[in-house]
Design a protein around this ligand. Structure first.
Ligand SMILES: Nc1ncnc2c1ncn2[C@@H]1O[C@H](COP(=O)(O)OP(=O)(O)OP(=O)(O)O)[C@@H](O)[C@H]1O
Ligand SMILES: [Mg+2]
Length: 396
C-alpha cells in the first residue's frame, strides 16, 4: 500500500467522532444506569431543603461498571436543574490518583471555585474560608472523590466532620466517595461506613446491558454501517466476561483503528479478534498517565526486567538498577534508593505492580520484597509507559 498523507489525514475513515471513545468522555446518556442515577439524585435531595444537612455517599463497583460516568453525568444534570430553580450547587470532582492529598484538593477547590489563593494557609483555615464563602453565597458544595482509597482515611473523615462545622441545619459540604470494592474494604470502609447515608453498589453489566450500551456508543463514534449488529453482539459477548463497559468500548476503538489502517469501511470479526488482544480492561490507562515522571521510570525499569523469558519477579535492588538505567536513557537524574522505594509503594498502591514481602528464609532473619506486575504482560506495560514518558518529555 502506498502512503498518501492526505488520505491518512483527511480521507474517509470509519470514525465519525473518535473523541467520544477517549476515557474522559462522558456521554449524554448512560443506558442501564438510570436507577443508579435516580438514586444518587434522590440521596442528594436533602441539600436543597430547608435546614439542609450534608450527605455522604459511597459509590462502589468493579472496573468499568460505570461509577465515574454515573457520578459525573448525574451531577451535571443536578447542578443544571438546581440552577434553573435558583439553587447554587458547586460540584468538585477529583481523581485522587492525580490529586493525592486533602491539602491539594482543598487548595485547588478554593482557587477554582472561589478564586482565592490558599498560599500560606493551613487546611483548617482553607476549610473555614470555604465554609464562609459557601454560607455567604448560599451555596452547597458536592465533592466527588474518585479512587478515594488513595486518600488517608483520617483526611476523608476530617472532611466529613468539616461538613458539620456550622452546626446542624447549616451544613454545606457533601461527599461522594467512589472506589472499587476491594480497595474500599482495605482502606476507608472501617472508618467511614458509619457516616454513610447511602452506599450504592454498582453491578457489572450483563451481555444484554452491553449490547444496548455498545450500540449507543458505536452510533456516537462511528459512521453509519461501520459496526453491524452482529459485531456489537460479538463485542458484548467478550466484554460480558468482565462485565466491564470499558472493555467493550476499547475493543471497538482498537478494531476501528485497524479498519482505518487497512482502509476498510466496515469492522469485521477478524478485526475484533485482533483488537481484543490489545485491550487490558483491568488496567486504568488514566492511572498510568497520572503517575509522575519518576514513577513512570520505575515502572519502566521493572517491566524491562520482567519481560525477559522466565523472569516472573524481581527485587528492589535489581529494580533500582533498571530504574537508574531508564533515568539515564531519558536524561533524568536518578533518585536515591529511598525515593525509589516510595515510587514502588505508589505503583503498588494503584495496582500496577505487586509487592510481596516474604521472609528471606534459609534460617536467615529479615524480610525481602519481591516485585511483580499485575494483570498485564510486561512488554505491553513497557510499550505503554515508554509512550507516556516520551509524551511527557516532549512537553518540556
Ligand atoms: N451505561 C453506560 N452507557 C454508556 N457508556 C458507559 C456506561 N457505563 C460505562 N460507560 C463507559 O464505559 C467506560 C468505563 O466507565 P467508568 O469509567 O465510569 O467505569 P468505572 O466504574 O469508573 O471504572 P474504574 O473502576 O476502572 O474507574 C467509560 O468510557 C464510560 O463512559
Ligand atoms: Mg472510575
Amino acid at each position: 500500500m502506498n502512503f498518501d498523507v492526505s488520505k491518512s489525514l483527511f480521507g474517509p475513515g470509519v470514525f465519525r467522532d473518535e473523541r467520544t471513545l477517549s476515557p474522559e468522555y462522558v456521554p449524554e446518556s448512560l443506558p442501564r444506569r438510570e436507577d443508579e442515577m435516580a438514586r444518587l439524585a434522590r440521596d442528594l435531595r436533602p441539600i436543597l431543603q430547608e435546614g439542609s444537612f450534608p450527605v455522604q455517599i459511597a459509590v462502589l463497583g468493579g472496573p468499568g461498571f460505570g461509577k465515574t460516568a454515573t457520578v459525573k453525568r448525574t451531577m451535571e444534570e443536578i447542578t443544571r436543574e438546581a440552577s434553573e430553580r435558583g439553587y447554587s450547587i458547586l460540584f468538585g470532582y477529583y481523581n485522587c490518583h492525580t490529586t493525592r492529598s486533602k491539602t491539594a484538593i482543598l487548595r485547588h477547590l478554593l482557587g477554582s471555585k472561589f478564586n482565592i489563593s490558599a498560599r500560606g494557609f493551613s487546611d483548617e483555615e482553607v476549610l473555614e474560608m470555604m465554609m464562609k464563602r459557601l454560607e455567604k453565597t448560599n451555596s452547597h458544595l458536592v465533592l466527588a472523590l474518585d479512587e478515594s482509597y488513595m486518600l488517608d482515611s483520617n483526611d476523608v473523615l476530617s472532611l466529613v466532620h468539616a461538613a458539620e462545622f456550622f452546626g446542624p441545619g447549616k451544613a454545606r459540604i457533601s461527599l461522594i466517595l467512589i472506589s472499587r470494592p476491594t480497595e474500599w474494604s482495605h482502606t476507608l470502609k472501617d472508618k467511614l461506613s458509619e457516616y454513610l447515608h447511602d452506599q450504592i453498589d454498582v453491578k457489572g453489566y450483563t451481555k444484554e446491558d452491553l449490547v444496548e450500551i455498545l450500540t449507543y456508543r458505536a452510533e456516537l463514534a462511528f459512521k453509519p454501517g461501520v459496526v453491524s449488529p452482529d459485531i456489537t453482539d460479538m463485542v458484548a459477548e467478550i466484554a460480558s466476561q468482565t462485565m466491564n463497559a470499558r472493555h467493550g468500548i476499547e475493543i471497538l476503538h482498537s478494531a476501528g483503528r485497524i479498519a482505518d489502517l487497512e482502509g476498510k469501511s466496515e469492522i469485521t470479526a477478524e478485526m475484533i479478534r485482533e483488537g481484543k488482544a490489545n485491550v487490558y480492561p483491568e488496567l486504568r490507562t488514566t492511572a498510568l498517565e497520572q503517575l509522575n515522571l519518576y514513577e513512570k521510570l520505575a515502572a519502566l525499569g521493572i517491566s524491562r526486567r520482567l519481560k525477559h523469558k522466565g523472569v516472573t519477579s524481581t527485587t528492589i535492588k535489581e529494580g533500582y538498577h533498571y530504574f537508574k538505567i531508564a533515568c539515564e536513557e531519558h536524561g533524568q537524574k536518578p533518585q536515591n534508593e529511598i525515593a525509589y522505594r516510595e515510587y514502588i509503594d505508589q505503583l503498588n498502591k494503584i495496582g500496577i505492580i505487586e509487592k510481596i514481602v516474604k521472609p528471606i528464609g534459609k534460617g536467615k532473619p529479615g524480610r525481602r520484597a519481591r516485585l511483580t506486575i499485575f494483570d498485564i504482560p510486561a512488554t505491553v506495560l513497557e510499550e505503554k509507559i515508554t509512550k507516556l514518558i516520551e509524551k511527557e518529555l516532549e512537553k518540556h
